[in-house]
Ligand binder design. Structure first.
Ligand code: SF4
Length: 459
């Protein structure tokens, strides 16, 4: 077995401001980490500090402006945390180019302005597409420097950081692939929920009741984003001037409630609502990323409102969704900058298919959940990431609705007939996703250098 999966469900589903977990939440967390580190310099060093510079490379440089990476970095340096950030205050950062922000360095402060955030165009040797370097200076002398990688879904790595010690994060039922997970389930006669709950309790030290309450909170955060998006009208921020559409679709769905279209209209409205909130910089839940934060919220809202699933069933569905996200993150990547959109919407769609399957078939076999997720990924393979203007709007918002619709169909396809009809395993399709992502030109991986992004002039 390779290193076992030790991701917490609460790291996969993170509350934070939109529009992009890798370009907003990740950089905010990296900047916050740097702020903590410079606070540990010696006092003489802190006293000499006179400037702080942030260098953004790769996809962070290419689409960071549209994604609000500069504002996220300032917020992190000011000590803000994603889950408690006020989205309006975040939007207002850097609005006035003359404003300078005091960043504490121990007992001193250095002033930070837009001239200290560098969107670097030159090539930078780095193992990850989203790379940022933070540097604390005294004149021309570097007092502290750290290099961070934002690897999707708001997860960050720091250069030189020792690999987490697997023994320090041991789980009772280790697995790194779907095949290994199935062996654990059979050997220990466990349900998927029971296995994942036991691992989560070991990882977080929380009780079953605490974890259930936090899962309910996550669903509540997701559904608040949907409800806000169903109400909020107007034009989204940015140069595209894209009008919000969710309230319109919701009105249509209600007026056509007895037509055969209404089910899909409601689902479209819910997914667009959460995605439009994300695009507006509102508080969303990464599922598994902010760009894909409309699929699972839309489907869970539909499941709650239209199928009347109980809180326990919704939680079971969320576990099934989570394990698919864990497997893709561990064995490929959930980052648009690494995999293109198949890593974001493709994964979200597979998670959604697993969610629906688990909710509809409480005693259903893991093989059926696996088949649904496999279909979800299979039909997103090769999907590029080419957001117009670097904004998480076109194609992202509609893509969430399309990902949810495919998730629903994947669930229907997987639950028809026997799971053994499925000839491709989930592990195999995840490997294909990884290989396809590696082969994909970086122009199609969240750099806005090709594809739809080149249609920007027509908008
Ligand atoms: S195109 Fe897909 S991967 Fe790219 S920013 Fe939009 S949602 Fe994310």
């Amino acid at each position: 077995m390779t290193t076992p999966i030790t991701t917490s469900v609460f790291d996969l589903f993170k509350v934070g401001p939109g529009p992009s977990s890798s370009h907003t939440i990740g950089p905010m967390k990296a900047a916050f980490d740097f702020r903590q580190r410079v606070g540990q310099l010696t006092e003489p060093e802190q006293q000499r500090a006179d400037s702080l510079h942030v260098y953004l490379y790769g996809s962070l440089s290419a689409t960071g402006k549209g994604h609000g990476t500069d504002r996220a970095v300032v917020a992190g340096l000011l000590g803000w945390q994603p889950e408690t950030t006020d989205p309006v205050a975040l939007t207002n950062l850097l609005k006035d180019p003359a404003e300078r922000y005091p960043v504490p360095v121990g007992n001193q402060t250095v002033l930070l302005g837009p001239e200290h955030i560098h969107f670097e165009r030159k090539r930078y040797e780095s193992p990850y597409a989203n790379t940022m370097v933070l540097r604390l200076m005294a004149g021309n002398e570097t007092l502290a420097e750290e290099e961070y990688y934002s690897v999707g879904g708001g997860f960050i790595l720091r250069k030189g950081e020792p690999e987490p010690d697997p023994s320090a994060q041991s789980v009772p039922y280790p697995y790194s692939t779907m095949a290994e997970l199935k062996v654990q389930l059979i050997q220990h006669h466990l349900t998927l929920d029971a296995l994942l709950m036991a691992n989560e309790m070991a990882l977080t030290g929380s009780t079953r009741a605490e974890i259930n309450a936090r899962l309910d909170d996550l669903l509540a955060f997701m559904h608040r984003a949907v409800r806000r998006g169903l109400r909020n009208k107007g034009v989204l921020p940015g140069t595209i001037k894209l009008s919000r559409k969710a309230p319109l679709l919701y009105g249509q769905a209600k007026s056509l409630a007895n037509s055969s279209d209404s089910f899909l209209l409601f689902l479209n409205a819910y997914c667009l609502a959460a995605s439009e909130e994300n695009a507006a910089g509102g508080i969303v839940v990464t599922a598994p990323t902010s760009g894909a934060s409309g699929v699972i919220p839309g489907l869970t809202y539909l499941a709650k409102r239209h199928f009347h699933y109980s809180p326990a069933t919704l939680r079971s569905g969320l576990w099934a969704a989570a394990v698919i996200g864990f497997l893709v993150k561990h064995n490929a990547s959930i980052s648009g900058a690494e995999m293109g959109c198949m890593g974001e919407i493709g994964t979200a769609s597979a998670m959604g298919a697993a969610f629906l399957t688990r909710c509809a078939q409480p005693a259903g076999a893991i093989e059926t959940i696996e088949a649904a997720a496999e279909i979800g990924i299979e039909h997103h393979l090769g999907m590029t990431c080419d957001p117009i203007g670097g904004y998480v709007q076109i194609p992202c918002i509609e893509r969430n609705a399309m990902g949810a619709a495919k998730a629903y169909n994947a669930y229907l396809l997987a639950t028809a007939g026997r799971a053994s009809f499925q000839k491709i395993s989930l592990d195999a399709v995840i490997k294909v996703m990884k290989a396809t992502g590696r082969d994909m030109s970086k122009r199609y991986k969240e750099t806005s250098q090709a594809g739809l992004a080149l249609s920007a002039t027509e908008c």
